[in-house]
Design a protein around this ligand. Structure first.
Ligand SMILES: Cc1cc2nc3c(=O)[nH]c(=O)nc-3n(C[C@H](O)[C@H](O)[C@H](O)COP(=O)(O)OP(=O)(O)OC[C@H]3O[C@@H](n4cnc5c(N)ncnc54)[C@H](O)[C@@H]3O)c2cc1C
Length: 348
């Protein structure tokens, strides 16, 4: 069976790699010159366990289970964080610390309760030290580029997908099935989505060590380590989103014209926000530059960051949540394929 996978982000790479292992003939089309060129290579690099999602059960459970699967399969594409601290601010959080701790505990997540002041954190009621890890994107790029080998067709932007009775044609080449892992850039999806240009900030710190700080829940901020030693990202639920667009291309075009003054203004706001909870920030972190990216969100699904798969004829469209849910996507597609084969066998 021949399957085309469109898009070589975390989702396309993982799905293609898993399906190759099952013996399917795979071709991966990627419009960029390398894998993980879009959101997968430009994000906060957090391998979520669910601690970010106190207000959405489906997202939390998918993250918890996805994290365990990730650790079985790709543990070496992530790294531990010695002091990975979640805190609940006293006044600015949507929920109080005890409620937050109860939700995480009831969700089967493991943590150690810590005193925020022991880490120099202020204005917070309580904290949890967690096992969430950092994703190693460069290592993942090397791994998947080798793994996919000649199945990977870089710099090939898919222009046409035509479904027929006995196959589906991608730019004129016949396949049995197509997996669109481009978030609707290739094929229309049923759900309404919008595209959010985003701004994270890179910082260097030689003093803070292997440390992450995440304030939850609501319009808050986080510092997270990157793959490169001593490098961190600063993100803010309030200040990271830069707008809403109907197409991914329009969102990227907006970022292409973003004035430096706009980045500087946001930087001031983000540094002020994080300094409220981590007063040593300005002394310990040196600004390096911006990270610009595009987040795709389902309209109306405010707190839902879980993964969905839509099927239409011989095409599967992956609406990715976060990177931990890659297994949810591949399992769902396989299950849909199995159902289809069983039906075909029974009807023939
Ligand atoms: C600021 C920010 C922070 C985030 N932080 C985290 C985090 O800490 N942890 C986490 O798990 N998630 C995070 N995310 C979300 C995460 O980045 C995405 O969920 C994930 O990368 C989506 O992967 P994907 O493979 O579905 O999409 P993408 O990585 O966007 O890949 C889609 C690919 O399709 C290609 N493509 C598009 N059109 C075509 C075409 N016509 N032909 C061929 N190829 C095409 C693109 O070039 C791209 O490579 C964050 C996102 C943002 C923006």
């Amino acid at each position: 069976m021949k399957i085309a996978v469109i898009g070589a982000g975390w989702y396309g790479c993982h799905i293609a790699s898993s399906f190759m292992a099952l013996g399917f003939e795979i071709v991966v089309f990627e419009k960029s010159g390398r894998v993980m060129a879009a959101a997968s290579g430009n994000n906060q690099f957090r391998l979520h366990q669910g601690f970010h999602y106190a207000r959405n059960h489906r997202t939390r459970v998918q993250s918890r289970d996805g994290y365990a699967r990730f650790m079985e399969r790709y543990a070496r594409l992530s790294a531990p964080i010695e002091h990975n601290i979640y805190v609940v601010p006293e006044q600015d959080s949507l929920i109080d610390f005890l409620t937050y701790r109860m939700i995480m505990s009831a969700s089967g997540l493991e943590f150690v309760e810590v005193a925020p002041e022991n880490y120099g954190i202020t204005h917070c009621r309580g904290g949890l030290r967690v096992e969430e890890r950092a994703l190693l994107t460069e290592k993942a790029r090397t791994f998947f580029t080798k793994r996919l080998g000649s199945a990977l067709r870089l710099q090939h932007a898919v222009r046409s997908i035509e479904a027929g009775d006995d196959g589906v044609w991608v730019d004129g080449e016949r396949f049995d099935y197509v997996v669109d892992a481009t978030w609707g850039a290739c094929l229309p999806i049923q759900r309404t989505v919008f595209f959010e240009p985003t701004l994270l900030l890179y910082y260097r710190s030689s003093t803070v060590g292997n440390f992450a700080l995440t304030a939850v829940d609501g319009q808050l901020c986080s510092i997270y380590p990157c793959e490169e030693p001593e490098m961190f990202t600063l993100s803010s639920v309030t200040h990271t989103p830069l707008g809403r667009f109907e197409s991914s291309d329009d969102a990227w075009a907006f970022l292409g014209n973003l004035p430096t003054a706009a980045v500087d203004a946001k930087r001031k706001l983000m540094e002020a926000q994080v300094s409220r909870y981590y007063p040593a920030f300005q002394n310990q972190f040196e600004y390096v530059g911006p990270q610009l990216s595009v987040k795709t969100k389902i309209e109306g699904a405010t707190d839902d960051r879980s993964c969905y798969v839509e099927k239409e004829g011989r095409t599967f469209k992956v609406l990715s949540g976060k990177i931990d849910t890659i297994f949810h996507a591949s399992d769902t597609i396989l299950s849909m394929l199995e159902t289809e084969f069983e039906l075909e066998d029974l009807l023939s």
